[in-house]
Design a protein around this ligand. Structure first.
Ligand SMILES: Cc1cc2nc3c(=O)[nH]c(=O)nc-3n(C[C@H](O)[C@H](O)[C@H](O)COP(=O)(O)O)c2cc1C
Length: 390
């Protein structure tokens, strides 16, 4: 199973297409869409693909290794799985499927606060190696309880999300009445009937729930109460004080995700965080914002020596991972690529997508004569940005 690779779907575009065919429209658009007119969503990938890498064909190498060490842990590849909420809507048990594949391939899986598997189950599957993304609840008691649960489960890395001060404006989700469970409009019911495999698997496994948060919700919440709960529990800006409180309470690795400015990175460093993930939520929050790859060099130039710098948003395949590493980030994460994989191939989706990305990245490394991920900055063609020296 770990080597599973389906030759009918050797690219992310084919996985996306297959997922679109298999899923009801509301589920596919939830994962595929961005905010407003989706300019930021597309710009992320377009800008990454402006970068060019130089191949050196007469150089020699001993062997290629993708191994990358973060926070004292050595992973088998320089990419991991971004936290995604409501994953069970795309395919039942999607978090378990991805966590198991990530564990077997020794790459990090980040569990979202608002996804459909609980901390405890994912920690068990990954023997505590999963990271947990915290949505910084307004109520400190919930935060403290989540931290205690992570600790008990053996989780060592907490990822604090910074880029959701308010819920985003996403026209597709508004049109589709996306909620938990999805609103049963005539169109959504029609879409479910058109997706028999998805419908049957969802029926067999039961409707997805916010598994980690269930214990903080009262009994049978109707849609209105659920919306109020989410709004009351998570709405709110992050502040230096809130981060400081977490830093004081959490003695594991603390990473902030969702930064795209030097100013916020300065603050993360000043607060003693262990890492940052330069991210704009995959173009789901601020359509008018910059692409992550366009801001990364400036942040790296200032803080490469001070903090571990990772990046997501717009990275879709192996060459994108290589290009992103070439600006000097320490590690990359991908969100949608993995969700397309699971949407397309169900329980095989995790293994397939990891193997596809590894094969693609390996091929780029061989072409460039690049022995390790840290060598990529030496291959960046300096036609757009000056790669900071590493
Ligand atoms: C459908 C969807 C749901 C997401 N939910 C979360 C979430 O619950 N927590 C979080 O930190 N990020 C969330 N993200 C953002 C991802 O962690 C990640 O930043 C983004 O997907 C990276 O961009 P990419 O999809 O272009 O790879 C979500 C992204 C998508 C597409």
């Amino acid at each position: 199973m770990i080597d599973y690779f389906n030759t009918n779907y050797p690219s992310v575009d084919l996985l996306r297409l297959r997922a679109q065919q298999r899923l009801p429209q509301f589920a596919f658009e939830y994962v595929d869409g961005g905010c407003n007119v989706e300019q930021g969503l597309h710009k992320n990938t377009d800008d990454i693909r402006k970068l060019e890498l130089l191949p050196y064909y007469l150089r020699q190498y001993d062997h290629i290794s993708m191994k990358t060490t973060l926070f004292g842990e050595t992973y088998d590849a320089p990419f991991g799985i971004s936290p995604v909420g409501l994953q069970g809507l795309i395919w039942p048990e999607a978090p378990e499927i991805l966590a198991k594949a990530a564990f077997d391939h020794n790459i990090p899986f980040v569990l979202s606060t608002v996804t459909t598997s609980p901390i405890e189950k994912i920690a068990e599957i990954t023997e505590g190696k999963a990271w947990f993304q915290l949505y910084h609840p307004v109520d400190d008691n919930i935060t403290d309880d989540l931290l205690a649960r992570c600790k008990r489960a053996g989780i060592k890395t907490l990822v604090l999300l910074s880029d959701v001060p308010t819920f985003a404006y996403r026209p597709k989700e508004i049109k589709n009445g996306l909620a938990m469970p999805p609103k049963m409009t005539a169109h959504n019911i029609y879409e479910i009937f058109k997706s028999p495999q998805w419908a049957l698997t969802t029926l067999l496994k039961g409707k997805p729930q916010f598994a980690t948060l269930k214990k903080y919700m009262s009994g049978n919440m109707n849609m209105h109460h659920l919306a109020l709960f989410m709004d009351k529990t998570f709405n709110g800006r992050l502040s230096m004080e809130k981060v400081q409180r977490l830093r004081d309470k959490w003695d594991g690795n603390l990473v902030m995700k969702g930064l795209s400015t030097v100013e916020d990175s300065d603050k993360a460093v000043a607060l003693g965080l262990d890492g940052i993930i330069i991210s704009n939520h995959g173009g789901r929050q601020l359509d008018a914002g910059p692409s992550t790859i366009s801001v990364a060099p400036e942040i790296i130039a200032k803080h490469k020596q001070n903090i571990t710098i990772m990046m997501d948003s717009g990275i879709r395949n192996g060459p994108d991972i290589a290009r992103t590493l070439s600006v000097g980030v320490d590690f990359t994460f991908l969100g949608r690529t993995f969700m397309y994989g699971v949407g397309a191939l169900g329980h095989h989706g995790g293994y397939h997508t990891i193997n596809m990305l590894k094969k693609e990245l390996q091929q780029v490394m061989e072409q460039c004569c690049c022995e390790t991920p840290a060598d990529f900055p030496n291959h960046l063609l300096d036609n757009i940005w000056q790669a900071p020296s590493v």
